[in-house]
Design a protein around this ligand. Sequence first.
Ligand SMILES: [Fe+2]
Length: 265
Amino acid sequence: MKILFIGDIFGNVGRRVLAERLPVLTREHAIDICVGNGENVSGGRGMTKNLFRKLRKYGLDVITGGNHSFSVDDNDYSFMEEPISLRPLNFPPANLGHGSTLFTLEDGRTIGVVNLMGRTFMHESLDCPFRLGLAAINELREQTPIILVDFHAEASSEKAALAHYVDGLASAVIGTHTHVQTADERILPKGTAFITDAGMTGPERSIIGMKPEGVIKKYLLQTYVRYEPSEDGAMINGVIIEVDDESGKALSITRLFERVTLIQN
Ligand SMILES: [Fe+2]
């Protein structure tokens, strides 16, 4: 099975990049399933029902989340109940939605997807992503050996630790959240593909998606500054993972990085 994972899709630019490039990439690379992190799709923070529908229309099969999964105020979060919409599994269970799913392709093959969030430098009171993640992976493995994990976390060490912890049980552990693509993609000894961060699909000339001016101002003044999403430059970041259907072990992991010239509209 060939999986395309799209790194954090950020704001208007991220959506436009996806609309233009996802159908082409899917065809060119003979992709079987597209998974993407959508927690930054609404102006850099959160997701709405309307934008969820758009990401689906552009070709994402499963949409994962993170610390911004519920960041839009007064939002209709009914889309979180859909099987293909994930928020971190280790959020308190009282939150809407779920953190893992089984997705069946048209040809009958099935993949399990798990969304977890890190605690280091983030929300330290979350449930343990290691223990909950392992339990979810083992449960999904009763249905399929092909398991993809989106680990939305800040610390590279936490991401690497989780990947090694589930090495041989998950087909891939893909880090998200930092919006900076790392060059450490590899297959771990027991067959799990891993990258610390898949990067961001959005405005390249930015600070993790936002206009630099506001971010610099915040560092200088140490006060609240409202960040504005950048519209400058466009790129798509992600990884393509090839998995053996029988064993669920990764055969390859390849970074995807493209600068995109958007068609004006
Ligand atoms: Fe995030």
